[in-house]
Design a protein around this ligand. Structure first.
Ligand SMILES: Nc1ncnc2c1ncn2[C@@H]1O[C@H](COP(=O)(O)OP(=O)(O)O)[C@@H](O)[C@H]1O
Ligand SMILES: [Mg+2]
Length: 209
């Protein structure tokens, strides 16, 4: 499942001995979360239990706050996340105390909201795989993400296949086919166009099909 060039690269990062923060970036529906799970399963199979996934999605603003800001229809855009909070968490993970457990929020698609304190990151955690849309964006608070990560891999996939999977995922979580297609066209694809401009900043391109 994980091509040797990537499993070898990951092994080299882990062999340095210190904690590794690996970023996975890419447009909506490109397969970031799926790849992160596959990487986690891979390191588990290799005997590394001290690994965790930290989704950037956990930093979605709450629906009530998006409504207050008038951004509900733009959910998923770069300014609809607590980007400063995400950066702060990454920074804390770089300086974690020996007795400190750091908690991260998790976004639940079933309710379209994040729940605080969902992901416990123990001090001995060796690998943190963080994945999301804007890891390579070089403006706003997002610009501080890349320097806090060891490497960022970008998930590249045929855009038509990506849109098809994205629509299917929206339907799976409750939208009608029409609503799903409209959301992808009007929202996800606008974000995807921006995210695609950040591809050149990636350390590695992970081609999916
Ligand atoms: N290799 C694959 N084959 C088939 N479906 C896939 C594959 N990778 C991802 N998917 C599906 O495509 C959708 C988008 O993948 P996901 O990992 O959620 O993307 P992202 O996290 O980048 O938004 C999901 O429904 C996922 O199950
Ligand atoms: Mg995802």
């Amino acid at each position: 499942m994980i091509p040797a060039v990537f499993s070898d690269r990951l092994a080299a990062l882990l062999a340095r001995g210190q904690r590794t923060l690996l970023g996975i970036a890419g447009p909506p529906g490109s397969g970031k979360s799926t790849l992160a799970q596959a990487l986690l399963a891979h390191v588990h199979n290799q005997g590394l239990r001290q690994a965790v996934i930290l989704p950037m999605d956990g930093y979605h603003l709450a629906n009530a706050e998006l409504a207050r800001l008038g951004h509900a229809s733009r959910k998923g855009a770069e300014d609809t996340f607590d980007s400063a909070g995400y950066v702060r968490l990454l920074s804390r993970l770089r300086q974690q105390g020996a007795d400190e457990v750091i908690y991260a929020p998790q976004f639940l698609r079933e309710i379209e909201e994040a729940i605080a304190g969902s992901i416990a990151i123990a001090p001995e955690t060796r690998l943190i795989i963080t994945e999301g849309n804007y890891l390579l964006l070089d403006r706003g608070h997002w610009a501080h993400v890349r320097p806090l990560l060891d490497e960022v891999w970008y998930v590249d996939i045929d855009p038509a296949l990506r849109r098809q999977r994205l629509i299917a995922r929206h339907v799976q979580f409750g939208r009608t086919a029409e609503q799903a297609a409209a959301w992808v066209m009007n929202s996800d694809e606008v974000n995807a166009a921006l995210i695609e401009t950040t591809r050149t900043r990636a350390d590695q391109i992970f081609r999916r099909d």
